[in-house]
Design a protein. Structure first.
Lengths: 109, 116
């Protein structure tokens, strides 16, 4: 079993829909990252969380430390949101990131 | 201020050759981490360097090595290349390493290595 599991692996939605991507992890962590990767490879950090909830524009990220679960939400989705969204956790005591395999999101106009 | 930069952007090598990838962190960042991302998978941790010392190593063979220079830039070297080394190699920098707290990592655009 991978330390970091994401669901779904692929998600296709219509423009405007509310999107939820889930991440579960099995180890103790000091922080959880949500990252966005576009075709070509560049990775952009969206959020870094250790508790609670963060919001940036149409993006919302939540984390439940007790349940070892995090969600990334996108409101009013747009085709430019199409990308791979990756959850990564930071182990205690170092900066090693362990990544999920990503969720490929496609928003159809 | 420039973000994390990596060079080259693309590279084609043949099996058995050696390759050196370069990374320049964001100005002021002292920690550099390297990741390998094989097509269709999430990135895998290779190395972390802080203040020119190796602070973490992932499950990669000794063919992989790295170093960090006094200006905090870093090189990743891979010897005796195999077909399976074809991947996107990502570099990430962060401000500093803390044992209790955490620092956001900023990623470079990556170097896409193809081994033929």
């Amino acid at each position: 079993k991978n330390e970091v599991e994401q669901s779904p692996q692929n998600l296709t939605a219509q423009e405007g829909e509310f999107i939820t991507i889930n991440c579960s992890y099995s180890v103790g962590i000091s922080a959880l990252h949500w990252l966005q990767q576009h075709p070509g490879g560049g990775i952009v950090s969206l959020f870094m969380l250790s508790s609670g909830k963060k919001k940036h524009g149409r993006l919302i990220a939540t984390i439940n430390i007790q349940e070892k679960h995090s969600s990334l939400h996108i409101t009013a989705s747009h085709p430019r949101d199409s990308a791979v969204y990756i959850c990564a956790v930071r182990n205690f005591g170092n900066e090693k990131l362990t990544f999920g395999t990503g969720t490929r999101l496609t928003i159809i106009p | 201020d420039a973000g994390v930069t990596q060079s080259p952007t693309h590279l084609i090598k043949t099996r058995g050759q050696q390759v050196t990838l370069r990374c320049s962190p964001i100005s002021g960042h002292k920690s550099v981490s390297w990741y390998q991302q094989v097509l269709g998978q999430g990135p895998q941790f290779i190395f972390q360097y802080y203040e020119k010392e190796e602070r973490g190593r992932g499950n990669f063979p000794d063919r992989f090595s790295a170093r960090q220079f006094p200006n905090y830039s870093s090189e990743l070297n891979v010897n005796a290349l195999l077909l399976g080394d074809s991947a996107l190699y990502l570099c990430a920098s962060s401000l500093k390493i803390l044992t209790v707290s955490y620092n956001e990592q900023f990623f470079g655009p990556g170097t896409r290595l193809t081994v033929l």
